[in-house]
Design a protein around this ligand. Structure first.
Ligand code: G4P
Length: 526
């Protein structure tokens, strides 16, 4: 193992931001990018919906002015490289959002200070927890009316079951927001609104009892800060890296991304806290980043990014070794050697061919149709990796060909797009030829429909079904009711479909011994 690779591993952090739409993910990512030495032009670095570049990506994306893809942003700060993988929300929410979490080593949980933990954050948090990924929390929008900080921490604990330990502590909120006190560094960061709409945030070194802080905050606010900090000491545990890595606690920072307040402190601490690139579970044990060979896995596929070329892109997370353009690696599922000629890095929508990359980096590989989500490539000895997890769908539709004929191309399209992971395909229990397609986000259905038409020449009609919950059965006991709908997953396992959370809970209460699972029993996280 060369020192060169060791050095590259040590300076990388690969993470994602998990949040509910509108909490400020795009804003925070943009502000983090401001600190990046790599920043070039706005069009190059913007991610998600704020991006400015125009390209020839999927027509759906053009029509709706949104990004179908979740790509990566790279922040280079103080010798460190942060790969921030985008997890699309809003209308773009799809299984890819979850899959991206398979490729990161930690996550930033971004909360809106006025709202606390919201629905989509809970879903994404669960995926992180299943994988055992440590989570760092940023409570945003302190410049707007916020919930009491103790209430916010309590909310995290109650809803997510993880203890929130404040690393900074806010004084006031909204128009009374005065800044944050950094507990460990004992520094107060003043938040000052300046005329002309710009904000600046000077930092003064001082202990919390410092006269300067007292004078600046005023007697009452200062006394409240001291009282709050004492309370924090009493009621909350101390931060330890061990508890954080074991997901027993999440360190919390308060700030205001839009005014760039608290972002640099957060970035500095993020680099200290977030773990370096981690290894990968395989049939032959853990492949560590320092292993003497190149390896990694595909975590998401994207097709038709360029209509003229019909090209498909596999997003690949490097796990071990150095990647060099033009190298050959073994694709384990097919058993074939593949030459990796045109690897690229993705900035927003722009691509750039790269010559080398290291563990923790994400590269785009052109996919001639052989790669699938969860596939591994390696130059080392043969191994298999656990099946990529499947995520319980919340949206269902029947797929019917417009012509009424279940032609060969129709069946092939359904099968191939299912294998690629565009949607999940479920079979009808009665053996009907009409497949059920299922997804976690609307966008997946639209991508499926558009690809069936453009790639398989099949105009399809999607008949939406009213189900919102999918559960695999984890007990010998089956639901007592005879009115429920069942389907078969791609491995022929029975699932129950429910119309609502309420209906699902009702059946669990009614049937003693019934165990319902959110994913197939044997799926294991990578
Ligand atoms: P998202 O990617 O998580 O969906 O959120 P995004 O960053 O787009 O932010 C959602 C809205 O919240 C935006 O306002 C943004 O300006 C605002 N925002 C983000 N961070 C802060 C903050 O710290 N304080 C305040 N007061 N607002 C914040 P918008 O009006 O919906 O969009 P825009 O027109 O400003 O882009």
């Amino acid at each position: 193992m060369s020192n060169d690779i060791q050095h590259e591993i040590k300076r990388r952090r690969t993470l994602a931001i998990i949040s509910h739409p509108d909490a400020g993910k795009t804003t925070l990512t943009e502000k983090l990018l401001l600190y990046s030495g790599a920043i070039r032009s706005a069009g190059n670095v913007m991610v998600g919906k704020h991006k400015a570049t125009v390209s020839d990506w999927m027509s759906i994306e053009q029509q709706r002015g949104i990004s179908v893809s979740s790509s990566a942003a790279r922040v280079e700060y103080d010798e460190f490289i942060l790969n921030i993988l985008d997890t699309p929300g809003h209308q773009d929410f799809s299984e890819d959002t979850y899959r991206t979490l398979m490729a990161v080593d930690s996550a930033i949980m971004l909360l809106d200070a006025g709202k606390g933990v919201e629905e989509q954050t809970v879903k994404l948090f669960k995926v992180c927890r299943d994988r055992g990924i440590p989570i760092i929390t940023f409570i945003n929008k302190m410049d707007r009316p916020a919930l009491n900080p103790f209430e916010l921490l309590d909310n995290v604990e109650k809803v997510l079951g993880i203890t929130a330990v404040p690393m900074t502590w806010p004084v006031g909120d909204g128009t009374d927001f005065r800044g944050v006190y950094e507990r460990e560094g004992k520094r107060f960061h003043f938040f000052e609104r300046t005329t002309g709409g710009a904000y600046k945030a000077p930092v003064r070194l001082a202990d919390v009892h410092d006269e300067q802080i007292r004078a600046s905050l005023g007697e009452t606010a200062h006394a409240k800060l001291i009282e709050d900090l004492e309370m924090v000491e009493v009621v909350l545990p101390q931060f330890t890296q061990e508890d954080f890595l074991a997901e027993r606690i999440t360190p919390v920072f308060f700030g205001s991304a839009i005014t760039n307040f608290g972002v640099e402190t957060f970035l500095q601490r993020l680099i200290d806290l977030a773990p370096e690139p981690q290894g990968m579970k395989t049939s032959g044990g853990i492949v560590a980043p320092e292993s003497g060979f190149f390896s990694g896995f595909m975590y998401k596929m994207q097709a038709n990014m360029n209509k003229a070329h019909r090209d498909r892109i596999a997003f690949f997370r490097i796990v071990s070794g150095k990647f060099e353009r033009g190298m050959t690696a073994k694709h384990f599922r097919s058993g074939k050697e593949v030459k990796l000629n045109y690897p690229f890095q993705i900035f927003g929508q722009d691509r750039e061919i790269i010559d080398e990359a290291y563990p923790g980096d994400v590269i785009g590989l052109s996919n001639p149709g052989v790669f699938r989500v969860g596939d591994a490539l390696s130059t080392g000895a043969d191994f298999t990796i656990p099946q990529f997890p499947r995520f319980a769908p919340e949206i269902y539709a029947k797929v019917v060909p417009k012509t009424g004929s279940f032609s060969k191309s129709f069946r092939k399209g359904v099968e191939q797009l299912g294998e690629e992971g565009v949607v999940q395909i479920f079979g009808d229990m009665q053996g009907s030829p009409i497949p059920l397609i299922a997804a976690v986000g609307e966008l997946q259905l639209q991508v499926f429909q558009s690809r069936m038409e453009s790639e398989y020449n099949e105009i399809i009609i999607l008949e939406r079904l009213p189900f919102t919950r999918t559960r695999w059965i984890g007990s010998d006991v089956m639901p007592a009711s005879s009115t429920l709908t069942y389907a078969l997953d791609d491995q022929g396992r029975k699932v129950v479909l429910f119309r609502s959370e309420w209906e699902m809970n009702y059946h669990v209460e009614q049937t003693k011994g019934l165990i319902l699972l959110e994913k197939p029993p044997e799926d294991v996280a990578v």
